[in-house]
Design a protein around this ligand. Structure first.
Ligand code: SF4
Ligand code: FES
Length: 252
């Protein structure tokens, strides 16, 4: 027998007007149609500006850009699981669908959080290839295909923050940088030119907020939408630190 599709999509959203304001839940609906994703639902809700029971309400705030799981800006907690709203399909979700902002980042409004701590931590580990100038020096060093494959897997991180959201070590009591940052440090340490500042990166990961704060819960691996081998990255950074410990202690 053909599965009966619902007439409505019912969505409960955790609202909060500002970081200081009290949070509350509001329920909405939009007419069902196939292939809806959560961003389309949010756009529908914004058009009606009515709650489920017809009360006028204020526009729900959320962010989206690429709509194809590339920018990471739409990451939120959907039915209790952190993921991207643009790739979360209504047909695959139980109703009522609940939407909440991520909790490990400061709230801006409703479903918008401030993920700048990720970018600050990427700066902390110098997650870039250093350049002395912009002169053309011809092709760079060759990278073997087997290394390219690993680098490509690591380069898929889009700083969505999901791995930080599920990490028990990322909390108000410590400054653990999280798996994404460790993995990006690994990526740039693997680069033929990026590895020139390998020790600076590793130094930033020794001590408070660094590798020692990882509790090996491995939730990051399970949640990452890009299947990045995060546990391998953590192990590799650990190995690099152990190998270079003498230089790191001397601060060379
Ligand atoms: S490692 Fe995965 S879960 Fe973490 S920020 Fe990058 S893409 Fe998102
Ligand atoms: S809008 Fe870019 S990842 Fe969802």
């Amino acid at each position: 027998m053909k599965e009966k599709k619902p007439e409505k999509v019912i969505i409960r959203i955790k609202r909060q007007e500002s970081p200081e304001a009290k949070s509350y839940w509001e329920e909405y609906y939009i007419p069902y149609r196939p292939y809806l994703n959560i961003i389309t639902c949010l756009q529908g809700i914004r058009k009606t500006l009515r709650t489920f029971d017809g009360r006028p309400t204020t526009p729900v705030a959320w962010e989206s850009s690429c709509l194809e799981e590339i920018c990471g800006i739409c990451t939120m907690v959907i039915n209790g699981r952190v993921r991207q709203a643009c790739s979360a399909l209504v047909d695959q979700l139980e109703q009522p669908i609940t939407l909440e902002p991520m909790k490990k980042f400061s709230l801006v409004r409703d479903l918008i959080v401030d993920r700048s701590s990720i970018f600050e931590n990427l700066k902390r580990v110098k997650a870039w290839v250093p350049m002395k100038d912009t002169q053309d020096r011809g092709p760079g060093p060759k990278i073997l295909p087997k290394d390219q494959q690993i680098n490509y897997a690591l380069s898929r991180c889009f700083s969505c923050g999901a791995c930080l959201e599920v990490c028990p070590q990322v909390n108000e009591r410590n400054d653990f940088v999280g798996a994404a940052i460790l993995s990006q440090a690994r990526l740039f340490n693997r680069h033929p030119i990026g590895k020139e500042i390998q020790l600076e990166r590793l130094k930033a990961l020794v001590g408070e907020g660094g590798i020692e704060d990882c509790g090996n819960a491995q939730n990051c691996l399970e949640i990452c939408p890009k299947d990045i081998p995060l546990i391998d990255s953590i192990a590799e950074i650990n190995r690099e630190i152990t190998f270079n410990l003498i230089h790191l202690i001397k601060g060379k």
